[in-house]
Write a protein that binds this ligand. Structure first.
Ligand code: UD2
Ligand code: MN
Length: 454
């Protein structure tokens, strides 16, 4: 039912843009080879590789021996957004096709995408993303086509199955599916439309957040996003970024997502901040240009987007942020940096004020998602037993090992029903106390905590 005949009317050739930073040669080559093998040649205007200042300039240069391939190299690391803008700037096709540098396109992947854009240039269209196994590099059809994500909860991507949506709409699995948000890496867009809509936010660095920004912008400014089930492309989903963030992973992600929230989310940005309380104080550069772009394009409000594009999204009831000390008598729960370690230690130390303000290391946020966090790190219990240690881990939404409730003067861990406690036998000394969870006991002073708002 993915009838190719339908697409045979003269489709215009597209410029395929692949940006990369220190990609393995094998996966980069696999991406390009699969494109050359599985795409009718007349549909490829060119394949533009943007080498985002990889350590070895040959990675890119050697590939121009392949047909259609062009290579441009940044002489400074720019990140994927500015690299894609750069690639789009030299593209000669009437449409732009973006791919990550570790993909394998499947049979007849391109025609259905180009066809949809040809019919209506305001459509921004994505293939279904299959999985290339990280260890074996096998191509695996993804079990359910995914449509994403959740713009609240701190602009973190979460996915839902489009099959569910289809059941609701009664459409067949081969019909295009509207999506409120795209994954970000693989899509086709009309070039003039891309330029008209303001390309990308060029102040976004390295990685992250640009997919939300683009998704909101496309919908709110007159376009649409769809996933085309007849087009499939495999992608290597990695567990860790195989590259460095010069300004730090968290700083960069916050900057990019905060720009998105500030420009596009109107009053709904409070939910972004409620989920990421420490983003409030973070720098995010100047957004004047993007705000005036939004104004000039006369884009709809975020409320319009939620109502018309994403009615099924449930808005959190609460966006309250509580921030302050977590005290036991005169002492405060604090984080202490460890040499060469990303995750700091937890300690109970005398509460300190610097110029009338609580020391940063002693300020915690209690979110409406019931996490207790500092920056991006959440208090968590990994395995549950009396005396189990409380540790800091990267916050993850919906993980009940990170959820707590305050009941009276106790802080109860939701999944285990144990209470936050200090273990006197930890390292013997007062300072060496460990944080643990124990059966709740209201008479115990070591389970007595005050949250003091700042
Ligand atoms: C996903 C998207 C990715 C991007 C990202 C959010 C898919 C399949 N992938 O994460 O395209 O939207 O979410 O930002 O939807 N790169 C550079 N310069 C850099 C960093 C990365 O050129 O400084 C390249 C990188 O080599 C790759 C592409 O940008 O080709 C995307 O990076 P990724 O693969 O690490 O992102 P991914 O798949 O985790
Ligand atoms: Mn990728």
């Amino acid at each position: 039912r993915c009838n190719l005949l339908v697409y045979c009317t003269d489709l215009p050739p597209t410029s395929i843009i692949i940006t990369f930073h220190n990609e393995a040669r094998s996966t980069l080559l696999r991406t390009i080879r699969s494109v050359l093998n599985r795409t009718p040649m007349h549909l490829i205007q060119e394949i533009i590789l943007v080498d985002d200042f990889s350590s070895d300039p040959d990675d890119c240069k050697l590939l121009i021996k392949l047909p259609k391939v062009k290579c441009v190299r940044n002489n400074e690391r720019q990140g994927l957004v500015r690299s894609r803008i750069q690639g789009a700037g030299i593209a000669q096709g009437t449409t732009l096709t973006f791919l990550d540098s570790h993909c394998e396109v499947n049979r007849d992947w391109l025609q259905p995408l180009l066809h949809r854009v040809k019919e209506d240039y305001t459509r921004v269209v994505c293939p279904v993303i299959d999985i290339i196994n990280l260890d074996t590099f096998n191509y695996i059809e993804s079990a359910s086509e995914l449509r994403g994500g959740n713009p609240t909860y701190g602009l973190h991507v979460s996915w839902e199955s489009i099959r569910v949506t289809e059941k609701a709409t009664g459409l067949g699995i081969f019909s295009p599916v509207m999506t409120p948000i795209i994954a970000g890496g693989l899509f086709v867009i009309d070039k003039a439309w891309f330029d008209y809509l303001g390309k990308y936010d060029s102040e976004m660095d390295i990685w992250g957040g640009e997919n939300f920004e683009m998704s909101f912008r496309v919908w709110m400014c007159g376009g649409s996003l769809e996933i085309i089930p007849c087009s499939r492309v495999g992608h290597v989903f990695r567990k860790k970024h195989p590259y460095i963030f010069p300004d730090g992973n968290t700083n960069t992600y916050i900057k990019n997502t905060k720009r998105t929230a500030e420009v596009w989310m109107d009053e709904y940005k409070q939910y972004y901040y409620a989920a990421r309380p420490f983003a409030l104080e973070r720098p995010f550069g100047n957004i004047e240009n993007r705000l005036s772009l939004r104004k000039n394009l006369q884009c709809e409000s975020f409320q319009w987007y939620l109502k018309n594009v994403y009615p099924e999204l449930s808005i959190p009831k609460d966006s309250l942020i509580q921030k302050g000390n977590i005290r036991q008598r005169q002492k405060c729960l604090e984080t202490q940096k460890r040499k060469n370690q990303e995750i700091p230690n937890l300690k109970l130390s005398p509460c300190i004020k610097i110029k009338g303000e609580e020391a940063k290391s002693q300020v915690w946020a209690f979110t409406y998602t019931q996490q207790i966090l500092q920056e991006e790190l959440c208090l968590s219990v990994i395995t549950f037993f009396p005396g189990a240690p409380v540790v800091l881990v990267l916050c993850k939404n919906g993980d009940d090992r990170q959820q707590w409730t305050k009941t009276g003067s106790r802080i109860e861990h939701m999944a285990s029903h144990l209470c936050l406690d200090t273990d006197m036998f930890g390292e013997g000394t007062e300072n060496g106390r460990e944080f643990v969870v124990n059966p709740c006991e209201s008479s115990l002073m070591s389970q007595h905590w005050d949250m003091v708002s700042s």
